[in-house]
Unconditional design. Structure first.
Length: 316
């Protein structure tokens, strides 16, 4: 697939804030101008439905009614909740969308981030249990079994949004694009020059701009969960945003970064969080059950484990 036009194609670009992060869309070809507006509208719609911070979102309504009545929700939100629950099962609870009460307690990424009292963590832990999400498929409703339980789709909604944007772009003849939802990347098609995209894998121990390698991909999602994304320091120790639902603390299982390369970004987004919490051995085992999914896992001892044939080290 070689581009026969010598002149460089000018991309249609949009940068905006949604889903709690900076979104960067770069589109080439097809009806890019129309598609980029549609993509933005769709991302806003997903955020409006799934944000735990917007008081009128479907997720907030479920959370506000916890222990009470079932909330009717859209096909969208139902799909993402069901996917999240599948990953909870697959990871035997390492991934849990009912982690929100713990997330709120730690406040990581907010101005109020601090180490909670152990007593508070112990009191909060029983609220975290994905099995308390009750789905009624027929009536399109979701409810949480107990008061004060709450859902957080922060580890999966961006992946879903990336897939939805990719779908819109395909439908509008866009052949080539980078969908970047705060580092959650979907590389659509090939670059306009016909070669694959180079997606940098951030060095978890370096600066934002430093990469430990490059994933060479076309039509793939590349998602990373890392301890450097959102954290605070206390007495020199890092407290990051991926929590272990089994003990209530930021996950410490030897990994500092987990990257998944997959066809669908919803799977990549959920899997990176799963693997991060499960650790290298159990995580690798889980990955064996997925076809066509590649991984790059980095440990705190700076070892890099990769299943990926499309990954190349950039700096040695
Ligand atoms: P990610 O960056 O995709 O790994 O998602 C991390 C976000 O997901 C956090 O900011 C929390 O909102 C939420 N989260 C934290 N720990 C978990 C967990 N064990 N399972 C599911 N979601 C989590
Ligand atoms: Mg995730």
């Amino acid at each position: 697939m070689v581009n026969e036009h010598k002149e460089e194609q000018i991309p249609v670009i949009k940068t905006f804030y949604s889903l709690g992060t900076i979104i960067r869309l770069r589109l080439y070809g097809g009806d890019s101008k129309f598609a980029i507006d549609e993509a933005q509208k769709r991302i806003f719609e997903i955020d409006d439905r799934m944000s735990a911070f917007k008081c009128n979102s479907e997720i907030s309504k479920i959370n506000n009614n916890a222990g009470g009545y079932a909330q009717e929700i859209s096909e969208d939100t139902l799909f993402v909740i069901k996917k999240a629950m599948q990953y909870s099962e697959l990871s035997t609870g390492a991934f849990d969308p009912t982690v929100r009460p713990l997330v709120a307690l730690w406040g990581i990424g907010t101005e109020n981030a601090s180490i909670p009292e152990e007593k508070k963590i112990k009191e909060t832990l029983p609220l975290v249990n994905y099995r308390d999400i009750i789905i009624d498929e027929k009536n399109h409703t979701v409810k949480l079994n107990h008061a004060n339980q709450s859902i957080d789709l922060g580890s999966i909604a961006k992946g879903y949004a990336a897939d939805e944007v990719a779908d819109i772009l395909h439908r509008n003849g866009v052949a080539s694009a980078i969908i970047d939802l705060g580092g959650n990347i979907y590389a659509l098609g090939y670059k306009p020059d016909g070669t694959k995209w180079d997606i940098g894998i951030q060095d978890p121990l370096g600066s934002r701009e430093s990469y430990i390698g490059v994933a060479n991909v076309a039509d793939k999602s590349v998602v990373t969960s890392g301890n450097y994304e959102r954290y605070f320091l206390s007495n020199g120790k890092r407290f990051h945003h991926i929590l272990d639902p089994r003990n209530g603390y930021p996950s410490e299982n030897g990994l500092i970064s987990a990257t998944i390369i997959s066809d669908f970004s919803i799977d990549g987004d959920a899997l990176t969080t799963c693997i991060y919490v499960m650790g290298i051995e159990k995580g690798m085992k889980l990955l064996e059950s997925f076809e066509g999914v590649e991984s790059i896992l980095i440990t705190e001892d700076k070892e890099v484990y990769t299943s990926s044939s499309i990954y190349s080290k950039k700096y040695c």
